[in-house]
Design a protein around this ligand. Structure first.
Ligand code: NGS
Length: 300
């Protein structure tokens, strides 16, 4: 008898579609005994502009089946060469499973074409607590760093889809803002100090500025505070070239802005030493290993 397909609706999570305890990724951390060459600086698989397909009706099973080469909880690395950087993609998340499906469907082949050694982490907060992006990005950094020696952390909104794979997801010797040209802003930088959307930092850069502030509850400002942290520590912000760093933003309702965000930004540098990754206390409520990503839910 043919197995019946469990159809999931647009906003449903893939919980139950996969038994997350079944994943076998024991080889993931072992070093490859056969020496393989370093991957080329520019991957031969890049195609340039590839307009994101926004298919909100795609089923979870189909997304999982399409990329079944990614088996270790969102981790993949090239088999024929050694990736130049190990990249953790940290996605702060709350209840946007429709966007998540579209995002995964787009980002996995994009990252594969770049020949990266990468893993995707989705970080969620207890439903009773107001969304706090900076805090979730800090948790993503801390949790991913516990399981692999990443060279680069990319902080990535779930609603942003890169349109050109020459936009390389790797870190540089200074922090880099990547989502420079977003369709919502007519492919222009909305303001010069913006650092939100997609950004890339190494472990040392993150630790140097003590990560993001944990104080920005609600929408907005945590990225502006990070910009100030970089400036305060005399770091230079790099920007990707706007002709390759183009993004499509998925449509969603505007979240409720945090009314205290401007005051917090103003006083941010007084707290920089005690407000960040170094002093962060949290508890893990749930950890699910899905084939295309690792999901971590926390409370504070
Ligand atoms: C600014 C926010 C940033 C945010 C940016 C773009 O106004 O946190 O808009 O947001 N700063 C403040 O509110 C102080 S976007 O339209 O991409 O969601 O990143």
């Amino acid at each position: 008898m043919p197995q019946q397909k469990t159809m999931l609706s647009y906003e449903e999570s893939p919980d139950g579609v996969f038994d997350s305890s079944q994943s076998n990724c024991s080889l993931w951390n072992s070093s490859n005994p056969v020496k393989i060459p370093l991957c080329p600086i520019i991957s031969p698989f890049l195609v340039g502009v590839k307009t994101p397909v926004v298919d909100l009706s795609i089923e979870w099973e189909d997304v999982f089946a399409k990329y079944d080469v990614v088996r270790c909880n969102g981790h993949l690395k090239p088999s024929s060469c050694q990736a130049r950087q190990k990249v953790a993609l940290i996605v702060p998340f709350r209840d946007r499973y429709g966007h998540l499906k579209v995002f995964l469907n787009h980002i996995h082949p994009f990252l594969m074409r770049q020949q990266l050694d990468y893993k995707i982490y989705l970080i969620d907060l207890d439903d009773d607590i107001l969304f706090n992006k900076g805090l979730l990005l800090n948790v993503g950094f801390l949790e991913s760093g516990k399981e692999y020696d990443y060279d680069c952390y990319i902080f990535h909104d779930v609603d942003l889809l890169p349109e050109n794979d020459h936009n390389l997801y790797r870190c540089s010797d200074q922090p880099r803002h990547m989502s420079v040209a977003v369709d919502k802003f007519n492919y222009k930088l909305p303001y010069v100090s913006i650092f939100g959307g997609v950004s890339a930092m190494t472990k040392d850069q993150i630790l140097f500025v003590n990560g993001f502030s944990n104080q920005f509850s609600g929408w907005g400002g945590e990225d502006d505070d990070m910009f100030n942290r970089l400036k305060f520590h005399n770091m230079t912000l790099m920007r990707s070239m706007d002709d390759v760093s183009t993004y499509k933003m998925l449509k969603h309702k505007q979240s409720h802005p945090n009314p205290k965000r401007f005051k917090l930004i103003k006083t941010g540098m007084e707290r920089v030493k005690q407000d960040g990754v170094k002093n962060l206390q949290y508890e893990i409520l749930k950890r699910n290993e899905f084939p295309l990503y690792t999901y971590i839910k926390i409370t504070i």
